[in-house]
Design a protein around this ligand. Structure first.
Ligand SMILES: *Cc1c(COP(=O)(O)O)cnc(C)c1O
Length: 398
């Protein structure tokens, strides 16, 4: 062991602790659900992306078990090297039909799909124009690319600010880039608001730019049968690259890029996480096929998700909480002060409710909030219990 290295690690950890940024995952002792056993305590979990309750759905579990019998537990190799299983192919075909695109390529995670796709489709003759609140995996994907993208160079526009986006596009045209790629979250992961896609697509068409949407939190939540933000705004065929995750509403694991057949073929040849990393275990693909089938044919989970979402937002607002203009299940509860938000998280947990405090640098300084996400697995009693806890904790804190 190199003692200098160990000292460096200890110093880094101490700095994180001093800045209140040190994270310790809570221990889950039960499957994902509305109520879970966490750190030895039963709590209502408001911090899960399991929007439709599919992570522990009996049909999805059954599909995974049957796939183990049929295929074993591993893919064996990178898909283009060792061969791609029919179960992987079937998942991609079904996802493409679901997204109304010609083709889909699955990666093992949403993060991986961003870091695989973005650098592959860009060269040093291109520019990326992105919303300032885009997800970390978009930012890392962009950093891996050869394109111009820096905020300091003016290629990041204020959150949903269409005037600034247009300014960027004008400047980009003056500079004569070969490709201009506008990238945005569909549903913003911290604020729960929706990107103004009709305006973004219109500007892209006007200035001859390409568009990419990261719909991690839109798929399964918005649009027809949960087809996502593009479906929600009826923009089929007008967004070049759509990213979705298989880890959130679909309840399992993975990410995908939906678009043209050329885009898929290109990423098979140039998307490095596809080229150099093993495919999903077949049971993952099979579980996802089952989850997708439920999402498309059973309206109940999505109905329940929105019933819970609407109830939760309405009752929080009536109790005087500020939910920051959120339009989706992601419901921030504004606190402001970092220390107070973290104290509120601890007190809520004592009361049997888990809602994560989100503080700087994930969000701006002085904009701390508790991030709550009702989902289809919550019962009315769970949400009433959580609301009462929020009120009690607020009253105690003043
Ligand atoms: C969660 C998330 C991802 C990453 O997805 P994983 O499947 O968890 O790797 C990418 N983009 C956004 C906007 C996300 O919220």
């Amino acid at each position: 062991m190199n003692s200098g290295f160990e000292t460096w690690l200890s110093d880094q950890l101490q700095t994180l602790k001093d800045q209140n940024l040190y994270k310790v995952p809570k221990i889950l002792e039960s499957p994902a659900g509305g109520r879970v056993k966490m750190n030895g305590k039963e709590v209502v979990n408001l911090s899960s992306n399991n929007y439709l309750g599919l992570a522990n759905h009996p049909k999805v579990r059954q599909a995974a078990l049957e796939a183990i019998d049929r295929w074993g537990v591993g893919a064996g190799a990178v898909r283009w090297i060792g061969g791609t299983m029919t179960v992987h192919q079937e998942l991609e075909e079904k996802l493409a039909a679901f997204k109304h695109t010609d083709a889909v390529l699955v990666f093992t995670g949403g993060f991986t799909a961003n870091s695989g796709c973005i650098p592959a489709v860009l060269t040093d003759k291109d520019v990326v124009i992105s919303d300032e609140l885009n997800h970390a995996s978009i930012i890392d994907g962009v950093r891996l690319s050869a394109a111009e993208y820096k905020k300091s160079a003016g290629w990041v526009y204020g959150h949903k600010d269409m005037n600034q986006l247009e300014e960027c596009l004008k400047r980009a045209n003056e500079r004569g880039f070969q490709k201009k790629l506008i990238i945005t979250d569909g549903v913003f992961s911290m604020d729960g608001d929706i990107a103004p896609m009709p305006e973004i697509v219109k500007l892209a068409e006007q200035y001859d730019a390409c568009t990419m949407i990261d719909d991690a939190h839109g798929s399964g939540v918005l649009g027809k049968n949960g087809a996502g933000t593009v479906s929600h705004f009826d923009l089929y065929g007008r967004v070049d690259i759509q990213l979705g995750t298989l880890s959130k509403a679909l309840g399992v694991m993975g990410g995908y890029i939906a678009g043209s057949k050329n885009l898929k073929d290109y990423l098979i040849n140039r998307g490095r996480p596809y080229l150099f990393s093993t495919g999903h275990p077949p049971m993952v693909a099979a579980a996802l096929i089952a989850a997708l089938e439920i999402m498309q044919n059973d309206p109940e989970p999505m109905r329940k998700l929105w019933e819970n979402t609407n109830w939760w937002k309405k009752n929080l607002a009536e109790a005087g909480f500020d939910t920051m203009g959120s339009e989706t299940p992601i419901t921030p509860v504004y606190v402001g002060d970092e220390g107070k938000a973290q104290q509120m998280e601890r007190m809520l947990f004592e009361e049997g409710v888990y809602a994560l405090a989100i503080v700087f640098p994930t969000v701006g300084r002085g904009k701390a909030r508790l991030r709550t996400m009702p989902n289809a697995a919550h019962t009315q009693e769970d949400l009433e219990f959580a609301l009462d806890a929020f009120k009690r904790v607020r009253d105690k804190l003043g």
